[in-house]
Design a binder for this molecule. Structure first.
Ligand SMILES: Cc1cc2nc3c(=O)[nH]c(=O)nc-3n(C[C@H](O)[C@H](O)[C@H](O)COP(=O)(O)OP(=O)(O)OC[C@H]3O[C@@H](n4cnc5c(N)ncnc54)[C@H](O)[C@@H]3O)c2cc1C
Length: 474
């Protein structure tokens, strides 16, 4: 059967399920936020799906998936399309299946009467912030969320994301206990729903939708404290870094985000720049109200000054403070200068402060440091790199090697290919899941190692990448 014939048959099988082959729609629904990367900007432009499908329920999703399996149509699943690495771009045409209509909190496990929930369960297309909005009145919230919480879907976060606001306290998504369960749909003529728990959840987490379609997500919750946003200045970046490490090592201090930015980066945020004296470094922080006195002590001990403080979301800067941290920071920097980029470097846990200082001093010429503090594998680390102007892929490769020699583990965020990224190991277990859940190899073609559709993508985005290290027991 020719591809055109297969597509025509798919459309017939879809019946009343919302779908479109309108070119403009296909173009907009085939991209995510990959344009943040100059490497991906040219490479992925113009790679479009041939059909857009928007099921309104799990049953419609099942019908659409069954039809794609029958006619061997490649599938790219789509949430809000806020992934930054081109994970959501269909590399070999086929169908983009938008799951944003499968939304809503479906379960609240625990003893509600005594305000003791254990987990919250939501359909894949639920906007992350909507989950918090649903459970906060009971005094609970998600342990962590991306800085895109107001737009991103929970399924997209689990399939394409990694960590975020809350990770300085709770670790990253793949740390044991941070994802309770996933319900996953297989891609077969008769799609099955499979419940994953325990270690199996990490096989599908951050797999870019290559080994199963997530339909429901169950996550642990934590107390919803009264969070305060603080904008803090330090005369020198060394002090900002020392404070950031100190506060993260203070286990009794309840915090949600610790985001240091060296001079002149604070000046790249028009809405924050007026709060920080020119020439100084900045730390953006969220802390629970009862921990603010401890924060004040640590700020003063490190020579800093709190320049602004407010309740979460009430800042004069017009957005939640977390929308200036994590992936949002680069978005703001690029508004100032489109050429600016960074690398996703993970810092060694031993001598964390010393290694931050070493990079700050040795790479100071290259550009100012932006970091996000996070726990990973039970220890404190941080991620980030100098922010510099992109010149060429050769320059990127050379800087990657230099940072690796300085002891950092670099993930390649300028590729949509999992194996080339190094953020998540794609091992035998991931491949076995793919064989079972996606026997025809239709999901996320070209993004998992064992389905090489497009050699050009992995070769033209390759960097000398050492990958991130995780505990063997994970
Ligand atoms: C400004 C900015 C800030 C960001 N900050 C963070 C951050 O703090 N932390 C972080 O981890 N990430 C961050 N990201 C990356 C991204 O926003 C998150 O990963 C986000 O949660 C993705 O959700 P989404 O709904 O937009 O997913 P999409 O972009 O639609 O999808 C992401 C990936 O998951 C797959 N996918 C989507 N839904 C499903 C499903 N149901 N089943 C299987 N696969 C699926 C897609 O095919 C794609 O590969 C940021 C991105 C931007 C642009």
């Amino acid at each position: 059967m020719s591809p055109t014939e297969a597509l025509a048959r798919l459309r017939t099988d879809l019946g009343p399920i919302d779908h479109s082959t309108d070119t403009r729609k296909l173009r907009s629904k085939s991209r995510d936020r990959f344009a943040q990367s100059p490497v991906l900007r040219d490479l992925l432009r113009g790679r479009n799906a041939e059909i857009f499908i928007a099921p309104r329920s799990k049953q419609e999703l099942r019908t659409a998936v069954a039809a794609c399996a029958r006619h061997r149509i490649p599938i790219t699943v789509r949430g809000a399309g806020s992934g930054q690495f081109g994970q959501g771009v269909p590399l070999s045409g086929g169908a983009v299946i938008d799951v944003t209509a499968l939304a809503g909190v479906v379960g609240w496990h625990g003893d509600r009467g005594r305000q003791l929930p254990r987990t919250v369960r939501a359909l894949t297309g639920t906007v992350v912030a909507d989950i918090d909005a649903a459970i906060r009145p009971s005094g609970w919230e998600l342990r962590m969320h991306p800085s895109t919480a107001q737009q991103a879907t929970i399924g997209g976060y689990i399939a394409g994301g990694h960590a975020g606001i809350g990770s300085c306290q709770w670790g990253i998504l793949r740390d044991t206990g941070n994802i309770t369960a996933l319900e996953v749909m297989t891609v077969e003529e008769h799609p099955r729903l499979i419940e994953l728990r325990g270690r199996d959840v990490n096989t599908v987490h951050h797999a870019y939708g290559a080994n199963g379609i997530i339909t429901e997500v169950e996550l642990p919750v934590s107390p919803a404290w009264e969070w305060h946003e603080l904008v803090i200045s330090f005369p020198e970046f060394e002090q900002a870094a020392r404070f950031s490490v100190d506060i993260c090592h203070s286990d009794g201090v309840l915090k949600k985000v610790v985001s240091p930015h060296a001079h002149p980066l604070p000046q790249y945020f028009p809405d924050l720049a007026g709060l920080i004296p020119d020439g100084q470094a900045m730390v953006l922080l969220m802390a629970a109200v009862q921990s603010v006195p401890n924060v004040e002590d640590l700020v003063h001990a490190n020579g800093g000054q709190i320049r602004y403080r407010c309740l979460e979301g009430k800042g004069s800067y017009g957005a939640p403070l977390y929308e200036f941290t994590w992936g949002h920071s680069m978005m703001h920097y690029q508004r100032r200068n489109k050429k600016l980029i960074g690398l996703l470097a993970l810092y060694p846990q031993e001598d964390l402060y010393a290694s931050i200082l070493r990079v700050h001093r040795e790479f100071g010429e290259l550009g100012p440091l932006h970091l996000e503090m996070k726990r990973i594998d039970g220890g404190l680390s941080c991620q980030g790199s100098p922010v510099f102007e992109f010149e060429s892929q050769e320059q990127l490769a050379a800087i990657t090697e230099q940072l690796q020699r300085a002891g950092l583990f670099i993930a390649n965020t300028h590729t949509p290919v999992l194996g080339a990224s190094g953020m998540k190991p794609w091992g035998p277990k991931e491949a076995a899941f793919k064989r079972e859940f996606d026997p025809y190899g239709l999901l996320a073609q070209g993004k998992a190692d064992d389905v090489v559709v497009e050699d050009t993508v992995s070769t033209s985005t390759a960097l000398p990448n050492s990958g991130w290290s995780y505990r063997l027991s994970n």
